[in-house]
Ligand binder design. Structure first.
Ligand code: PRP
Length: 179
């Protein structure tokens, strides 16, 4: 275990099993259709990489990077697109892949933005859901794990851009946050 980690919330094994189940469910739901997986950078990258290897449907990828307009205005829901999709999604079956839904503001913005581009369908898959933190309503179609309101890192999620490479989801020791 990493020395900065206080406890492991979700082990590699638990994540692997759940990601496999999600992949099977998504493959069934999309069966004969092609799915355009839209990964939201950077947090979703590890989950996405594992998820798509559990999909048996034809899969294409595109990526977006977004950031909220600073912590002070986060509640406004204003989101800045740092990297947009490479191609049109018109007529495509789009599956947004996120690492975590927290307040829901990022996803609400993304859903509204992507819907306006006329995809054939639009669904959301998130590895983690923290419903206690939600301030806006978002309809999530596939959720890996519902977790309590604790700050978590690993498997793509960061604290100050660190710990994304941990193979599990963990809570850090309090002294790490306090610097
Ligand atoms: C995280 C996460 C979601 C968003 C969720 O991204 O990946 O995009 O926050 O929070 P919300 O529900 O409160 O909007 P972050 O801005 O930390 O960027 P990152 O993915 O590059 O770590």
């Amino acid at each position: 275990m990493h020395p900065d980690v206080q406890k492991i919330l979700l082990s590699e094994e638990q994540i692997r099993e759940r990601v496999k189940e999600l992949g099977q469910q998504i493959s069934q739901d999309y069966h004969a259709r092609e799915v355009l997986v839209v990964g939201i950078l950077k947090g979703a990258m590890i989950f996405l990489a594992d998820l798509v290897r559990n999909l048996s449907v034809s899969t294409y990828f595109d990526f977006m990077a977004v950031s909220s307009y600073g912590s002070g205005t986060k509640s406004s829901g204003a989101v800045r697109i740092l990297k947009d999709l490479d191609k049109s999604i018109e007529g495509k079956h789009v599956l947004i892949v996120e690492d975590i839904v927290d307040t829901g503001l990022t996803l609400k913005y993304l859903v509204e933005n992507l819907k306006s581009r006329n995809p054939e369908s639009l669904k959301i898959c998130t590895l983690l859901d923290k419903p206690d933190r939600r301030t806006v309503d978002v309809q999530v179609d596939y959720t890996g794990f519902t977790i309590p309101n604790e700050f978590v890192v690993g498997y793509g999620l960061d604290f100050d851009e660190r710990y994304r490479n941990l193979p599990y989801i963990a809570v850090l020791k309090p002294e790490v946050y306090q610097g």
